[in-house]
Write a protein that binds this ligand. Structure first.
Ligand SMILES: [Zn+2]
Length: 129
């Protein structure tokens, strides 16, 4: 996927961001948060669209992000979820596992069944009864 250059225009008063539903939208710098990923250095931004009112995100270049911050945007850092670095045992989840899980969710006591299996395998129930 091509990296967008949004926010493309930073001035003292507006930044152009891209909403997937509304297209290019102008916002005040303080309405855009520039996000930097600590793990890969990628720069993204988040905002609430002024037209549709929905939260949205986009990727941008480091230079465009820097210009937005200079214009008054807030910054934040984020890291990959810790689960990415966990060691997993067993085979990967496949389509049959997903179908079995969907069938399980139709059962009224699915959560209690899940807890029971977890505890039987040596896990902790996580709540006192
Ligand atoms: Zn929108």
């Amino acid at each position: 996927m091509a990296r967008s250059e949004h926010p493309t225009e930073s001035s003292r008063s507006t930044i152009v961001v891209h909403c997937d539903d509304c297209g290019d939208v102008r916002l005040a710098p303080h309405e855009v948060t520039i996000r930097t990923c600590v793990d890969d250095g990628g720069v993204t931004y988040r905002f609430v669209c002024a037209q549709c009112g929905l939260p949205s995100v986009g990727s941008t270049s480091a230079a465009a992000g820097r210009r937005a911050v200079e214009a008054g945007s807030q910054t934040e850092e984020w890291t990959y979820p810790g689960e990415l670095f966990e060691t997993h045992e067993g085979s990967a989840i496949d389509g049959l596992d997903v179908l079995a899980f969907r069938a399980l969710l139709r059962e009224p006591d699915w959560f209690d069944d899940l807890l029971r299996v977890h505890v039987e395998r040596g896990g902790h129930a996580g709540r006192e009864r």
